[in-house]
Design a protein around this ligand. Sequence first.
Ligand SMILES: Cc1cc2nc3c(=O)[nH]c(=O)nc-3n(C[C@H](O)[C@H](O)[C@H](O)COP(=O)(O)O)c2cc1C
Length: 210
Amino acid sequence: MSVRTLVVLAHPHLAASRINAALAATAAGTEGVTVHDLYAAWPDGRIDVAAEQQRLLAYDRVVLQFPFYWYSAPPLLKQWLDEVLTYGFAYGTGGTALHGRTLRVATSTGGGRDAYRPGGTNRFPVADLLLPFDATAHLTGMRYQEPFVVYGVLDMTDEQLAAEQARYRALLLAPAADGEGPGGVAGAAAQDVVSEEGAPVAAGPAAAVV
Ligand SMILES: Cc1cc2nc3c(=O)[nH]c(=O)nc-3n(C[C@H](O)[C@H](O)[C@H](O)COP(=O)(O)O)c2cc1C
């Protein structure tokens, strides 16, 4: 069965976006990938938690895509994590719904690659700044995949952007790794919790924005 991927897009000003709008368009046009625009879905900030949890069950891979804002994600994505990854669903007793699925961050930075290193303007690698997502994946029994980072977007040429879109598409199309998919156990935290649920089976629509 082909891999089902949900791109959870969080951009507060998507109409003014160049990079994330382009990447989201690439994702939406990629087989097996659905783009879920959080700011469009919940413009008043009132997230339907049950609907979001149900949506997650239909996918093998979750990609959190956003512009890097103050070394982190825009606020609606943090709220989404706070409200959707509940005890008993994503962690804690019976909280096995996300086990074995994969989590990846896809982000764009104004700073260049060279700024994200010890001694550079931003001091730390982007992967280090994103460690809370790694820890979140671990606690929820998800497999954390290396972040997809588009650096130095402020002066990026159309050709460079097209190359990044191609790189994103290839990553989204990557075949499933051994044992990848719902029901598996990825993180140590997941092993503390006995699974009481079978693997979810609902299929996600291909090449769609919801
Ligand atoms: C509020 C705000 C905070 C930002 N913080 C950062 C940051 O911490 N690091 C960085 O490299 N770029 C930062 N930027 C630049 C954005 O990451 C950049 O504008 C964005 O990736 C461009 O993507 P877009 O075309 O989809 O909007 C920030 C931009 C804004 C508006």
